[in-house]
Design a protein around this ligand. Structure first.
Ligand SMILES: Nc1ncnc2c1ncn2[C@@H]1O[C@H](COP(=O)(O)OP(=O)(O)OP(=O)(O)O)[C@@H](O)[C@H]1O
Length: 602
């Protein structure tokens, strides 16, 4: 079985349970009003049950014992019907309020998580498994639903409703009241015992789910490779084992859930039986603990009330593993998501963004917010249209004694690097494979902080970075280009695609620029994907262009056309191009050869 799927030791809860519950409740802040309304409706519906029981007992007493004409009971039955309908309405309203609240809470939490992911930067994201991250933002956040729709209203109900019922029971019969009072603490005690094991079982189940999600997404992406190497059967066995482990953990959670319900049902039934026994023996005259005789109405009222007395607590118990699941999910979210730090390095889309640019990343999630902010005139000046020859302020770059090291790597890729690039200068970074050309560009783009030394680029510089392995989303080519400039006109898209030589291949695609490509640029060749990334950079209208081997894999004719257009476009902008191509060297003013690291020299 895959090592990554083997069970890991669970981390100890990071804080006391009370603090965790407080943090969980704090998540409800954006929907506080609706949560309170849901609780109020639930409590009111519970209180009306007392009235309902009293009306039934009153009607039975009058009809069967006092011998009243059934017609005189019609008003009582009418009120009873009204109370029943009111309770149904309150139940519906409580559900509506709770559903609305949980939708707000989920959206808010997903927004916070997305912000954290953007702020964490590329080095952090690269080390994550996308399947596990999607579990985090999907299943884990959904696991909070039961807490807010079920547990929170039940918590209020289980305090307010039994107390009033207890008072009503004492008013009707002190012995019944006493039995209810004595059995009351047993239920929270057993709930607590069961809840602890439910919580750790839920945590294990969520972990298994996230691991399995990550594993499955990875394997799906590498399906072709798995077939080529004939590893299909082994992978199937691995997935089978992981699914089996998840099934066992899910059943464990269910087992605990059923066990807790059974225990509570048992105790509630025993107490109701004790009350029934007391009432029965009183009617038979075998015990006489009351000052006045027990009427049918009072006995019936107590018998109707007794199971309802335990119902809110049984509901709370039924939702107790929602609480356990939510606590486990919150802990997973807190532990697995990146810390929220101000000014983190880069963002998910890296330096396709400008450093000085707006506060909203170009991601669909944020586009609506960007649009409304623009309406309010909050964003910075909109980027100018696609234009050849720079007008975006070409920055100077000064690098002093810089060392570069990848996150988690044991050695520096580059050390003692000094570099001065004038505004508008065109430079080629050259050197043997693995010497650190891409790493240098990543650092200049802000994806990777230098491990030593200083690096200064004008903070207002708009940067356009086309990495070696650009990320293309599932969607049309035009959608992928619009990522750089959401409001780009068709003419601008055409111009950028033309300059980056995208039109050369897009012309043969079924729908031209509107052709849908698969996730990570599936359906495009490596050279084509890089040209799309280059067109994206053009649309950003950057002052600094960082291009990582944009002409690799190109035939000489396409390469020449691409470089001619690039030379034209890059006038007045600072250009740094990592390349092995002699043709690319001809469009730059100077080459900056990087030394091979001693370890890489054979
Ligand atoms: N994310 C990473 N974590 C650890 N090491 C890395 C990472 N990415 C690259 N490296 C290592 O850093 C070194 C420099 O890699 P880089 O991609 O910058 O080289 P390059 O000069 O661009 O190579 P090429 O010309 O083949 O593109 C290599 O030894 C590589 O193995």
């Amino acid at each position: 079985m895959d090592q990554t799927l083997a069970a890991e030791p669970l981390p100890q809860p990071s804080a006391s349970r009370a603090a965790q519950v407080r943090r969980l409740d704090a998540l409800g802040a954006p929907a506080r009003g609706r949560l309170r309304a849901a609780g109020a409706c639930t409590v009111l519906a519970g209180w009306l049950l007392i009235a309902q029981a009293a009306l039934i007992a009153f009607a039975v007493q009058r009809a069967l014992v006092d011998g009243h004409d059934p017609a005189t009971l019609l008003p009582t039955l009418g009120v009873l019907l009204g109370v029943g309908m009111l309770r149904a309405g309150l139940g519906w309203a409580a559900r509506e309020f709770a559903d609305g609240a949980v939708a707000t809470i989920r959206t808010q939490l997903r927004r916070t998580l997305a912000r954290r992911l953007f702020a964490a930067g590329v080095p952090w994201l690269r080390r994550q498994r996308s399947g596990a991250l999607s579990e985090l933002t999907g299943t884990h956040i959904d696991a909070l639903e039961g807490y807010f729709t079920g547990y929170v209203p039940a918590r209020v109900e289980s305090i307010a409703v039994p107390l009033l019922m207890l008072a009503a029971a004492f008013h009707a019969d002190a012995i019944v009241g006493a039995v209810l009072l004595l059995t009351l603490p047993l239920i929270p005690f057993f709930m607590m015992l069961v809840g602890w094991s439910a919580e750790s079982a839920s945590r294990r189940q969520l972990r298994a789910l996230a691991r399995m999600g990550g594993h499955f997404a990875d394997r799906l992406r590498g399906l072709g490779l798995i077939r080529v190497y004939g590893r299909g059967e082994d992978e199937l066995a691995g997935i089978h084992d992981a699914a089996e482990a998840l099934r066992a953990r899910s059943l464990k959670v269910l087992q605990i859930a059923f066990l807790s319900s059974t225990v509570l049902e048992f105790f509630a039934s025993v107490s109701v039986a004790v009350i029934a026994l007391y009432l029965g023996l009183s009617y038979l005259g075998m015990i006489d603990l009351r000052a006045e005789p027990l009427t049918l109405g009072i006995g019936l009222f107590c018998l109707l009330l007794a199971p309802e007395f335990y119902a809110p607590m049984r509901r709370l118990a039924a939702h107790y593993h929602d609480r356990a699941g939510a606590l486990a999910a919150l802990e997973e979210i807190e532990q697995s998501s990146p810390p929220l730090k101000k000014g983190g390095w880069g963002d998910l889309l890296g330096a396709q963004q400008s450093r000085s640019q707006s506060k909203f990343p170009s991601f669909p999630l944020f586009q609506r917010r960007r649009a409304s902010a623009e309406k309010r005139g909050e964003t910075s000046t909109p980027s100018p249209p696609f234009s050849k020859g720079g007008n975006a302020g070409a920055p100077a770059i000064v690098v002093r004694d810089v060392a570069l090291r990848h996150v988690g790597a044991a050695r520096d890729v580059l050390r003692g690097l000094d570099l001065t690039i004038a505004p508008g200068e065109h430079v080629a970074v050259t050197g043997p494979s693995g010497c650190g050309k891409s790493t240098l560009l990543e650092t200049l783009a802000g994806w990777l902080p230098p491990s030593a030394g200083t690096m200064r680029i004008e903070p207002a510089a708009r940067i356009g970075y086309a990495p070696q392995r650009p990320f293309l989303f599932h969607g049309s080519l035009a959608d992928n280009l619009r990522l750089a400039k959401p409001d780009a006109s068709p003419a601008e898209l055409q111009a950028a695609a033309d300059a980056a030589q995208v039109l050369r291949f897009a012309a043969y695609l079924p729908d031209g620029l509107d052709t849908v490509i698969g996730e990570r640029g599936f359906g495009l060749s490596g050279g084509e994907a890089r040209r799309v990334a280059l067109a994206r950079v053009y649309l950003r209208d950057p002052g600094l262009l960082l291009l990582d081997e944009p002409t690799a894999f190109l035939d000489p004719d396409t390469e020449r056309a691409l470089l001619d257009a690039l030379a034209d476009y890059a006038r007045g902008r600072t250009l740094i191009i990592a390349t092995h191509s002699p043709a690319a060297l001809r469009i730059v003013a100077r080459a900056l050869p990087l030394p091979a690291m001693p370890e890489t020299v054979e």
